[in-house]
Structure formats: structure tokens, C-alpha cells
Design a protein around this ligand. Structure first.
Ligand SMILES: Nc1ncnc2c1ncn2[C@@H]1O[C@H](COP(=O)(O)OP(=O)(O)OP(=O)(O)O)[C@@H](O)[C@H]1O
Length: 352
């Protein structure tokens, strides 16, 4: 197995919750004991509903915010142990692509200045070669180098995201985290930017962590998928297996709602996500799970498995209508999922 480039061990982060007069009234447990390993040259996707902690996890991994506990190992080196100076030097190896290319580019910098900044900051090329390197980076992301003197506001959303990607590539990073890198773009340009990312990942051998709620994109580019729910990983494994044979009820529900796969009307994820300030005991998904039993409230299910892991006490006894299918990720599979869940929703009343 390829050595991990990035390893997260038991990472945790809470945000204080204050009342109207500023007194601390608890904490949002945004990330709660997450362990993940990202092999060199691979793409790991982190998926889950809004508010489950995906962005927080991405920012923790890059030490853009500080963790409360846990380890972040980049090529075996614990980033949490680095001094501010050492961390600045290490930043060259890890970059973040934000969701909103309008916010991530400084409107007072030309494209050339924006892309050259990391080159200069990390001493990547001598000054005399800067313009040439910027031109190469722009062509690499599909933009004409003559556009280098223009300002960000002169570009469309898709072009700006290409500029942001060129800037992220400038320092020749080993790790890129893309936080919803295409979700702010027009649907018509999303596929182009996804294809660009996929080409870059392949050609440059990048290690990429894709944070996304778009399972279509994830299925397209990720080697492995980690599913988050209320600050924890509930399932993690090879993309084909997680999509083809999801082992956690939450993953099944998420998958059945993939748009464009005939599941638009599947009423699967019922009820709101519980508050992360006071999450349910035991399995956090139990309050929305049609299979929850007493044990689920009492014990936190461990994330178990060899290469494909899931945190569900009953993962081996879920109805065979879904579990145990081979890795068929086509529409038929999704239709079966839909039928299965519709059936379960009807039965929930009988089981209660
Ligand atoms: N700076 C902050 N202060 C307080 N709470 C925060 C802060 N950042 C995130 N949170 C809370 O932490 C939880 C996880 O948020 P996070 O943004 O990581 O989720 P997410 O899965 O990325 O959601 P989205 O897809 O909507 O961005 C949420 O309950 C959020 O309200």
C-alpha cells in the first residue's frame, strides 16, 4: 500500500457557543475524533450534509485553524508540533482551493500578481523567470497567458476558479484540499472545472482531498470516500465499494438522493440534523435511522472494517436488499436503493 501523505489521528475541534451577553454556553463539536489516511497520489472525498464538519476538517488538516486534540501528519511530520515559522515554510506543500473564486482572489491584484505571489513567497523561481512561469501555469489551467495583466473582475466564475487553481499550483504543493471547488459555479462550467482538476491530479500526481456534497462529482474523481455525520466519520472506503455497497444507513440515504439518478423524490433523509451542540448519545445518526435499536443510544459504534469501514452496530444485519450487492454503481442499483428505502419508510410505523 502507498505510504500516506496525510494522516489525521483523532482530530477534534469545538467552537464555543455563547449566549446574548457573551457567556459560554457549551460548544459545537464540529469535528469529533476523526482519523483518516490519504495515500500519496490519491483523491479522498469527504461528503456529508451541510454543517457536518467537512470544511472545519479541511481547515484543521491545513492548520488554518487550530485543533483541540489529535495529530495531523504530513509525510509523517506532525504539523501541530511545528513553530509558526516552520509552518509557514511547510505551507508551500499544501494549498486550499475555496468554493468561492470571487472571494478567494484579491481584487487589487492582477492575475499575474495573484499567481506570482506564492512563487515569490516560497522562492520557487528566480524573479526573471516569474512571468514565464505564470504564463505556463495559466496555460496549464486552460487560460490564455495574455490575460495575465487583467483584473479578477474581468473574468467569469469558471475562469476565476481556474486562476485560483493556477495560484494553488504555483508553489508545487504535494497536497491540495478543494472545499466545494465547483459548487459556486454555473452548472454548465462545473464539468469543465471538474475535468481540469481530474487532469491535473493525474498528470501532476497530486494528492487531493475533495470536500463536496455533490456525489456525482465525487464518484467521478475520488479514489476513496469518507462520509461524515455530525462531526464523525460514519463510513470510509474505496469509492466503488461505498457507492456500490454502502454499509451505513446514512450513506445509503445520501446515495439514494443523488440527482439525475431517478431519486429526486425519494423521501429518505427525514427529520432535521440534530444540533451539534448536544448531539444524540451513542450513534449520532440513530434519531433519523429506521433501524435504530436500544444499543444505538447506549454505545458509540466503532468504525470497523478492513479497507471499507463503517460505524454501525448493525452493518452486518441490514436488509440484504441493499447490503451484499456487488459493486454495480449504475441506475439499477440506485433504483433498488430507492425501492428499499421507500419500503423501510412504510415499515417504520410498524417497528416503532
Ligand atoms: N467559526 C465557527 N464558529 C462557530 N461555529 C462554527 C464555526 N465554523 C463552523 N462552525 C459550526 O461547526 C459545524 C460544522 O461546520 P462546517 O462548516 O465545518 O460544516 P460543513 O459540513 O462544511 O458545512 P457546509 O457544507 O455548509 O459548509 C456547524 O455546526 C457550524 O455551524
Amino acid at each position: 500500500m502507498t505510504a500516506p501523505l496525510l494522516e489525521l489521528r483523532d482530530l477534534a475541534k469545538g467552537f464555543p457557543v455563547r449566549d446574548a451577553i457573551g457567556r459560554r454556553r457549551g460548544a459545537v463539536r464540529a469535528v469529533d475524533g476523526v482519523s483518516l489516511s490519504v495515500p500519496k497520489g490519491s483523491v479522498l472525498a469527504i461528503v456529508g450534509e451541510s454543517g457536518c464538519g467537512k470544511s472545519t476538517l479541511g481547515r484543521l488538516a491545513l492548520r488554518l485553524i487550530e485543533a483541540d486534540a489529535g495529530e495531523i501528519l504530513l509525510e509523517g511530520e506532525d504539523l501541530r508540533g511545528l513553530s509558526a515559522r516552520a509552518l509557514r515554510a511547510r505551507r508551500r506543500d499544501m494549498q486550499l482551493i475555496f468554493q468561492d473564486p470571487f472571494a478567494s482572489l484579491d481584487p487589487r491584484m492582477t492575475v499575474e500578481q495573484a499567481v506570482a505571489e506564492p512563487l515569490r513567497l516560497h522562492g520557487i523561481v528566480p524573479r526573471a523567470q516569474e512571468a514565464q512561469r505564470v504564463a505556463e501555469l495559466l496555460s496549464r489551467v486552460g487560460l490564455r497567458p495574455e490575460l495575465a495583466r487583467r483584473w479578477p473582475h474581468e473574468f467569469s466564475g469558471g475562469q476565476r476558479q481556474r486562476i485560483a487553481i493556477a495560484r494553488a499550483l504555483a508553489s508545487q504543493p504535494k497536497l491540495i484540499i478543494g472545499d466545494e471547488p465547483v459548487s459556486a459555479l454555473d452548472v454548465s462550467v462545473q464539468a469543465q472545472v471538474v475535468n481540469l482538476l481530474q487532469d491535473l491530479i493525474r498528470e501532476l500526481g497530486l494528492t487531493f482531498v475533495l470536500i463536496s456534497h455533490d456525489l456525482g462529482v465525487v464518484r467521478h474523481i475520488a479514489d476513496r470516500v469518507a462520509v461524515m455525520y455530525l462531526g464523525r466519520i460514519v463510513e470510509e472506503g474505496p469509492t466503488r465499494q461505498v457507492f456500490g455497497n454502502p454499509r451505513h444507513p446514512y450513506t445509503r440515504a445520501l446515495l439514494a438522493a443523488v440527482p439525475g439518478q431517478g431519486h429526486a423524490n425519494a423521501p429518505l433523509l427525514e427529520g432535521d440534523i440534530p444540533s451539534p451542540i448536544n448531539p444524540p448519545s451513542g450513534c449520532r445518526f440513530r434519531t433519523r435511522c429506521p433501524y435504530a435499536q436500544a444499543l444505538c443510544a447506549e454505545q458509540v459504534p466503532p468504525l470497523e472494517g478492513a479497507s471499507h469501514l463503517a460505524a454501525c452496530h448493525f452493518q452486518n444485519s441490514l436488509p440484504p436488499a441493499v447490503a451484499g450487492q456487488d459493486a454495480d454503481t449504475g441506475g439499477e442499483r440506485l433504483r433498488r436503493l430507492q425501492a428499499y428505502f421507500t419500503d423501510q419508510t412504510q415499515k417504520t410505523g410498524e417497528l416503532a
